[in-house]
Design a protein. Structure first.
Length: 249
């Protein structure tokens, strides 16, 4: 896909990797819709900066942990569907969806609560599924990239709800690749322990053993996303950007 002139919706696009993705897509000539939940100030500041640099950018808000579910013959309405509709309304069209929004909490098996499972699965699995569904209903040709985690290749037990949700999203990525072909490509990027400029000490995770001995950068993740979006003959693939950590199991 030629990125110039395309319109991208990036969920969780106000900060960290999401913001870097928005900036990189804009630099490639994309029109960018920045989704946020609580980071309104960061989202508006990013959109203003992109506009100053000559790009077209908008913001849309949505909390993926809150859905309005209707029973009977009424179709389920969810904030994911509303976000896609709002993005189409402000930008006029969509060509790209990047499912980047996520929540992460460390809970071992014996600590897992029902509330934690709901929170992690609603944001990390259900929302991407419904976003892809809403996107595919409105877009004939385009590209989707799901942000995963190198934990999908391991049996780490320190973040059980998160790991299960991301493993399921990896399976969903491959399933959707078949379901949405030939018009829409669907791929995934699985980062390792990436640190960004606004990650503070309390939330930093140990990098652990890395075969390549370097911590993966935000820009390495961004390059992988752009590569997959630009590759018309690649779908159903998951690219690990983790300095080889997934090879250690």
């Amino acid at each position: 896909m030629q990125l110039k002139g395309k319109t991208a919706l990036v969920t969780g696009g106000a900060r960290r990797i999401g913001a870097a993705l928005c900036e990189a897509l804009a630099a490639e000539g994309c029109r960018v819709v920045i989704h946020y939940n609580r980071s309104a100030h960061s989202a508006e500041a990013l959109a203003a900066r992109l506009r100053r640099n000559g790009a077209q950018a908008w913001t849309v808000a949505g909390d993926f942990r809150t859905g309005n579910y209707r029973s009977g013959n009424h179709r389920m309405s969810h904030s994911a569907d509303r976000v896609v509709r709002q993005a189409m309304a402000v930008a006029g069209k969509l060509d790209i969806l990047v499912n980047n929004a996520a929540v992460f909490d460390k809970q071992r098996l014996l600590q897992v609560t029902t509330a934690a499972i709901r929170a992690e699965w609603e944001v990390n699995l259900l929302a991407p599924l419904l976003l892809m569904q809403a996107f595919a209903r409105r877009v004939k040709r385009g590209g989707i990239v799901n942000l995963l985690d190198c934990r999908i290749a391991s049996h780490q037990s320190d973040a059980v709800p998160y790991s299960l949700a991301k493993k399921s999203l990896a399976d969903l990525t491959r399933l959707a690749a078949l379901e949405l072909a030939p018009g829409i490509t669907v791929n995934g990027v699985a980062p390792g322990p990436v640190l960004t400029a606004d990650t503070v000490g309390a939330t930093r995770e140990s990098a652990g053993p890395l075969p390549l001995k370097i911590r993966p950068s935000v820009q390495a993740v961004v390059k992988a996303v752009l590569f997959l979006l630009e590759s018309d003959a690649i779908t159903g693939q998951i690219v690990f950007v983790d300095s080889g950590r997934h090879l250690l199991g």
